[in-house]
Write a protein that binds this ligand. Structure first.
Ligand SMILES: *[C@@H]1O[C@H](CO)[C@@H](O)[C@H](O)[C@H]1NC(C)=O
Ligand SMILES: *[C@@H]1O[C@H](CO)[C@@H](O)[C@H](O)[C@H]1NC(C)=O
Ligand SMILES: *[C@@H]1O[C@H](CO)[C@@H](O)[C@H](O)[C@H]1NC(C)=O
Ligand SMILES: *[C@@H]1O[C@H](CO)[C@@H](O)[C@H](O)[C@H]1NC(C)=O
Ligand SMILES: *[C@@H]1O[C@H](CO)[C@@H](O)[C@H](O)[C@H]1NC(C)=O
Ligand SMILES: *[C@@H]1O[C@H](CO)[C@@H](O)[C@H](O)[C@H]1NC(C)=O
Ligand SMILES: *[C@@H]1O[C@H](CO)[C@@H](O)[C@H](O)[C@H]1NC(C)=O
Ligand SMILES: *[C@@H]1O[C@H](CO)[C@@H](O)[C@H](O)[C@H]1NC(C)=O
Length: 792
């Protein structure tokens, strides 16, 4: 890995020496087919190429160091040269001309003005610019290719509207991979109502990004609003409305393309594999197909069928709706009467199409938004305009609400939609809802056979525990958005809680929908019983696959002998790596939101459940804490958690932050890779725990010895394993500030970029753990998490 990185740097360096003089041309120079212009940093090259199977010649820009030519811009998209006689020249007027062999003009640029000494230069961002030789200020460029993008968005490119010139900059797909002429799809910014980005084809909108909520476009599960890899921005003023992205990490090479079939894909270059990997794509699933469920319908990929009417709405045409023709959409079951309507809150929805909307900016509060909306009968809904902390303002909707979906991300949950409803809804809502839910529960119970882990827990005890920054609250003060099942239904489904149906017990707390989080199906609050009902995951928890009972197994040699061969054989390397990535994404999801962070505080193998496909799901939110956006850490006098996974600052001083979860994640990864537990780990020749042992091997360049070679099987990818261990060691650093954030963890796991050297980890000997025992922490000596002791 280090070698790859070194050679990459070296190649950049060599290129910058060899090519320093050839990143620009003046009026007395030209570029013929066969020659290239290379940017000063060596990143991009400009020259002539033939796409795919085509023999036509085009002038274009591609990555200079990437072996499989990846074109990011094409000049003469619609006017190909038929042979290699083309030549690019720069005129005194500052225009670029592409000429054929008889000096016929094939393609040219316009210059905004004339300058003394025009130069055409290829910048290291991939931008070809025409400028005065001595003037590098972007605002003075005569022309730049970034103003005329083709099918690729490059970092720092601005996309949207130049309101002064009345010009739009959009992305348009190629016709096919052999023909760069503008194809069937464009991705562009729509300024009607509030700005959104649409991908449109001949048959209309295919996909909608937006509207902008002050942090990102609504409805997109970006890798996180506090992502340390990408910064997103929408600049809105009287001169322009422009969207742009900036890559924060120099080593990350990223581009977004619009495929000939209309799919947007964000790619990142994987130096190790020498291939592009997909970071995310738009649309991401079938619910992203524009307006799939009609007006007031909401799409949810986790439901079957995916289209459901929003609460308090019914299908406009029940017949066609039941035949899965959802285009008719839904209508309010109780009509509006305008004067005494009320507003109901809808959470976790992608904001509807905002083309028929108006906004009020500034610091106006939600209550004022409601007052304004209720005064105008055509205002059907409102939302907070800018969800960032200092932001405010209102977004008002007129006309039907189109293209909403349940969003698989917390970031967007913050923008609640308030929909106008008849006042008759405010009284009668409850009963009808209960009937519907019990009915749907019956069907859920049918499908998910042995359905649930039932968590019996005592709310009162849990509430008293409430130290720290506010425990997760089921109802959050207002109406719980959780299906409620009657006790009798639950009794029936579990055969009166028979032991045969019992799978396990855990802590307590709500869990949001996500691929790598255990899904909460509903709850039951009746008499003395309070229950939460989770989806059932047949493969039980990860700890049962790693190491069954450390008390009975004394690990005497590095060659760990696994007692439960059948289960551990299920976990080959590919699955282990998938589990590591899944857990990382799950934690990232908890951490990523800028306004409501969730810190799990008790990450350990027994809290990672595996589904039938061995996908990991994080469970047990009993100790989880929510954090507001500006809070980064909190302190508790009562240290709860599990030894072996707790970070030093938490175990000793009770200080916890997202970085304490990162520490636990690091321990988890080392356990998964090695098949051994951190706590209880011992080798004859030293008193190091698993962290210390891993670090020692890492220092001695023998990291591969840590890998559980007896059970990872043939699928072992040594590079991946070493990388996982390296990342894990960074996660278990002693000082929280030395540990990476979860977004960089996810990135480092998925991309072979250079990563920092690990230093000595925290708590690397068993004696260290002893210090924690003597501190004010209340804990027991065994493996049981404190959540169990506290919880009930
Ligand atoms: C153009 O660049 C070449 C090489 O850098 C130089 O020799 C030549 O004098 C320049 N011509 C003008 C008109 O600046
Ligand atoms: C090179 O690029 C083409 C088209 O983009 C792709 O089909 C092919 O798989 C790539 N080859 C490699 C080795 O990445
Ligand atoms: C290049 O193509 C043009 C048009 O097809 C043709 O007229 C010309 O002769 C060709 N030149 C060479 C050198 O092949
Ligand atoms: C060169 O381009 C001009 C203008 O497009 C065209 O009229 C002419 O036929 C071309 N010459 C050749 C050899 O293709
Ligand atoms: C250049 O400007 C002229 C006149 O304003 C316009 O007709 C032409 O389309 C422009 N060309 C390009 C490539 O923008
Ligand atoms: C906007 O309102 C007009 C007029 O009511 C309607 O025809 C159109 O479909 C609406 N568009 C959207 C996207 O809601
Ligand atoms: C209500 O809002 C619509 C759409 O913005 C506007 O056209 C209409 O004039 C407003 N009506 C009143 C009474 O303000
Ligand atoms: C949202 O609010 C934040 C904080 O006041 C501000 O910095 C940002 O520019 C606002 N964004 C928009 C799009 O209004």
């Amino acid at each position: 890995m280090k070698e790859i990185w070194k050679s990459f740097i070296a190649s950049l360096f060599i290129n910058s020496i060899l090519c320093a003089a050839t990143d620009s041309i003046n009026i007395s120079e030209s570029i013929r087919d066969g020659a290239t212009l290379v940017s000063s940093g060596g990143m991009f090259a400009l020259g002539f190429f033939s796409p795919g199977q085509s023999r036509n010649r085009y002038l274009g820009i591609w990555y200079n160091n990437i072996p499989n030519q990846t074109v990011v811009w094409v000049a003469n998209r619609e006017a190909p040269l038929t042979n290699n006689t083309g030549v690019l020249t720069l005129t005194e007027a500052g225009t670029l001309n592409l000429l054929n062999e008889t000096d016929g003009l094939i393609w040219s640029t316009n210059a905004s003005r004339t300058v003394q000494n025009p130069t055409a230069q290829l910048l290291d961002s991939g931008n070809l610019v025409v400028k005065d030789a001595d003037d590098d200020r972007p605002e003075n460029f005569l022309w730049q290719s970034f103003d005329h993008p083709t099918d690729t968005y490059l970092p720092d490119m601005k996309m949207g509207w130049d309101l002064i010139r009345g010009e739009e900059r959009h992305i348009s797909s190629w016709r096919s991979k052999d023909d760069p002429a503008p194809g069937a799809f464009i991705t562009h910014m729509d300024l009607s109502g509030y700005p959104q980005i649409f991908t449109e084809g001949v048959r209309g909108v295919r996909y909608r990004h937006g509207p902008w909520n002050g942090v990102q476009f609504s409805g997109i599960a970006y890798i996180g609003s506090d992502d340390e890899t990408f910064r997103l921005a929408l600049e809105m003023n009287k001169d322009q409305v422009m969207y742009w992205e900036h890559v924060m990490q120099l080593s990350v090479v990223s581009r977004v393309t619009l495929d000939p079939d209309g799919t947007g894909i964000r790619w990142t270059w994987n130096e190790g594999n020498q291939a592009w990997s997909i970071y995310n794509s738009f649309p991401i699933d079938s619910c992203d197909n524009y307006n799939k469920c009609g007006a007031y319908g909401s799409c949810n990929v986790a439901e079957s069928p995916p289209c459901q009417c929003l609460d308090r709405f019914v299908p406009r045409d029940p017949g066609s709706w039941s035949r899965t023709d959802w285009s008719g959409g839904c209508v309010r079951r109780a009509p509006l009467n305008c004067r005494d309507d009320v507003f109901f809150k809808y959470s976790r929805q992608k904001m509807p199409d905002s083309r028929n909307s108006s906004v009020i900016g500034g610091r106006i509060s939600l209550d004022e938004c409601e007052a304004i909306c209720s005064r105008n009968c055509s205002c059907v809904a409102y939302a907070r305009l800018n969800i960032s902390k200092e932001g405010g303002g209102c977004l008002f909707y007129y006309g039907d609400l189109l293209d909403t979906r349940t969003v698989p991300g917390l970031g967007v949950a913050e923008q609640d939609l308030y929909i106008r409803m008849s006042s008759t809804e405010s009284g009668s809502g409850r009963k009808k809802r209960a009937t519907i839910l019990i009915a749907s529960f019956a069907s859920v119970a049918g499908i998910v056979l042995c359905l649930v882990i039932i968590l019996l827990c005592c709310w009162n005890k849990r509430r008293k525990e409430g130290a720290g920054a506010g425990a997760l609250n089921l109802s959050n003060g207002k109406e719980a958005e959780l299906p409620l099942f009657s006790l009798s239904t639950v009794l029936k489904a579990t055969n009166h809680f028979s032991m045969a149906n019992k799978l396990g017990e855990g802590g307590f707390g709500p869990v949001y929908w996500h691929r790598n989080l255990v899904r909460l199906l509903g709850g039951c609050i009746e008499r003395e019983e309070n229950m939460l009902i989770y989806e059932y995951l047949p493969n039980s928890s990860l700890d049962q696959h790693i190491d069954i009972d450390t008390q009975q197994i004394k690990v005497l040699t590095p060659q760990y002998v696994n007692t439960d061969q059948t289960k551990s054989r299920l976990l080959n390397w590919e699955k282990r790596f998938n589990i590591i990535n899944g857990i990382a994404k799950g934690i990232l999801y908890l951490h990523q939101d800028s306004r409501l962070r969730i810190i799990h505080r008790d990450l350990k193998t027994s809290n990672i459940l595996l589904d039938a496909d061995m996908n990991p799901k994080i469970s047990d939110f009993g100790l989880a804490r929510t954090f507001a956006g500006n809070e980064t850490e909190a302190k508790t006098r009562r240290v709860v958690g599990t030894y072996g996974y707790m970070s030093p600052e938490y175990a000793i001083d009770g200080v916890f932050s997202v970085k304490s979860d990162v520490f636990s994640f690091g321990v988890l990864v080392l356990e998964i890779v090695s098949g051994k537990r951190n706590r209880g780990f011992c080798l004859e020749d030293h008193d190091l725990n698993l962290l210390g042992h891993a670090w020692r091997l890492y220092k001695e360049d023998k990291t591969s010895q840590l890998v559980d070679s007896t059970s990872v099987g043939d699928s072992l990818d040594t590079k991946q394993a070493l990388r996982s261990i390296h990342v894990a060691l960074l996660c278990v650093q002693k000082r929280p500030e030395d540990r990476p954030s979860m977004s960089s963890v996810v990135f480092m796991l998925g991309n072979e970029i250079a990563i920092a050297e690990a230093k000595e980890p925290g708590f690397f000997t068993e004696r260290d753990v002893g210090i924690a025992h003597k501190s004010n922490a209340t804990n027991s000596e065994n493996q049981v998490s404190m959540s169990l002791i506290q919880g009930r």
